[in-house]
Design a protein. Structure first.
Length: 94
């Protein structure tokens, strides 16, 4: 699956990590569900998506915290570019 395919999927994909499912939810207008999926996941992938979600929300301070937890730099591009970058990064893992 590619980032574009994840974004375009009409039904919520099954068998994906919380982080990827959260990105799908966000792309389909459900920020709250996306946030719930990553909020209690202690892994770095969930922290990466959590950072993006708080950046999208406009809470840069909280986003910075989650980027540090994910060991990622603050993303300075557009939200759309960050969504694609994050999804592609997560999907490229074995």
């Amino acid at each position: 699956m590619t980032a574009a395919e994840l974004h375009a999927a009409e039904a919520e994909p099954t068998g994906l990590s919380n982080a990827l499912t959260a990105l799908w939810c966000d792309a389909h207008g459900d920020w709250n569900k996306a946030h719930r999926l990553v909020q209690d996941d202690a892994g770095p992938d969930a922290a990466w998506v959590h950072a993006y979600l708080h950046r999208k929300e406009g809470d840069e301070g909280n986003a910075h915290y989650w980027y540090r937890r994910a060991r990622r730099d603050f993303f300075n591009g557009s939200l759309e570019d960050e969504w694609t970058h994050t999804a592609a990064g997560l999907l490229s893992r074995p």
